[in-house]
Design a protein around this ligand. Structure first.
Ligand code: ATP
Length: 237
C-alpha cells in the first residue's frame, strides 16, 4: 500500500486561536480512515486544511507525493480531493440536480459526469426521487446525503467526510454507513470524521483520536475498539 495522503505535523490557527497544534495523519490508497474526538478537538479544522480552505501555519501535506498545503482549494479538487462539509452546506435555493452539477464544475468530461450522476443517484435513491426539489426544503438527512453526493460528483480519489451521520434518524445513520462502505468498494479512499465513534470504528481500517488539537492515540480500528481508554472516553461503554 502506498501513502495517498500524508499530513505531517500541521499547526493551524484562526487568528490567535490555535485549533490544531500538531497533527500527523496518513491515509493509504483504498483505506477508510477515521478521526474521532470530542467537540473542538480540531477534526474539522484538519479536514478544512487538507482541502485548502485554510492554510497551515506550519507542517506539510502531500497528496500522491505532491505538496498541496497552501494550494488554492480548486486546484486541490482538480487533483482528486473532494470535501463533504459538516451540516447543511449545500446551496439551499438550488435544486438537487443543480447542486450535483455544481459538484462537477471543474470537469469537462460530460459523458463521465452524466454517468457519475446516475451512479450517485443509485447510491442515494431518495435524492433521485427529489431531483427537481429545492435543496433547502429537504430534511436535514436528505441535505446531508446531498452534501456527500455533491462531493462525489467531483470524481474524487480521496473523499473527506465531515460528520455525515450528524442529525440523522437511526435508520438513516445505518444507511449512510452502508453507503460509505459501498463508496469505498467503488475504489474511493475515505477520510471520515465522526461523532458516532462506534459506527466509524466498525467500517474504518484505521483511526486517530484527536484531543485538544493533537493526535492522542492512533492504530487500527480493531486496536482502538479493544483499548480501554478509547472505549471509556469515546465509545460509551
Ligand atoms: P466539532 O465536532 O465541534 O466541529 P472539531 O474537532 O471538528 O469539533 P474544530 O471545528 O476543528 O473541532 O475546532 C477546533 C477549535 O478551533 C475549536 O476550539 C473551535 O472553537 C476553533 N474554531 C473552529 N473554527 C473557528 C473559526 N472559524 N474561528 C475561530 N475559531 C474556530
Amino acid at each position: 500500500m502506498s501513502a495517498m495522503l500524508e499530513v505531517k505535523n500541521i499547526q493551524v490557527a484562526y487568528g490567535k486561536i490555535i485549533a490544531v497544534k500538531d497533527v500527523s495523519v496518513t491515509v493509504n490508497e483504498g483505506e477508510i480512515v477515521t478521526l474521532i474526538g470530542a467537540n473542538g478537538a480540531g477534526k474539522s479544522t484538519t479536514l478544512r486544511t487538507i482541502s485548502g480552505l485554510i492554510k497551515p501555519k506550519s507542517g506539510e501535506i502531500t497528496f500522491n507525493g505532491k505538496r498541496i498545503d497552501g494550494m488554492p482549494g480548486h486546484d486541490i479538487v482538480s487533483l482528486g480531493i473532494c470535501h463533504s462539509p459538516e451540516g447543511r452546506r449545500i446551496f439551499p435555493r438550488m435544486t438537487v440536480k443543480e447542486n450535483l452539477e455544481l459538484g462537477a464544475f471543474l470537469r469537462n468530461d460530460k459523458a463521465a459526469v452524466n454517468a457519475d450522476m446516475d451512479r450517485v443517484l443509485d447510491l442515494f435513491p431518495r435524492l433521485k426521487e427529489r431531483i427537481k426539489q429545492t435543496a433547502g426544503t429537504m430534511s436535514g438527512g436528505e441535505q446531508q446525503m446531498l452534501a456527500v453526493s455533491r462531493a462525489l460528483m467531483g470524481a474524487p480519489q480521496l473523499l473527506l467526510l465531515d460528520e455525515p451521520s450528524m442529525g440523522l434518524a437511526p435508520v438513516l445513520v445505518e444507511m449512510i454507513f452502508e453507503t460509505i462502505a459501498k463508496i469505498r468498494q467503488q475504489g474511493i479512499t475515505i477520510l471520515l470524521i465522526e461523532q458516532n465513534a462506534n459506527a466509524a470504528l466498525e467500517i474504518a481500517d484505521r483511526a486517530y483520536v484527536l484531543e485538544s488539537g493533537m493526535v492522542k492515540i492512533s492504530g487500527t480500528a480493531k486496536e482502538l475498539r479493544a483499548d480501554d481508554k478509547v472505549t471509556k472516553a469515546y465509545l460509551g461503554h
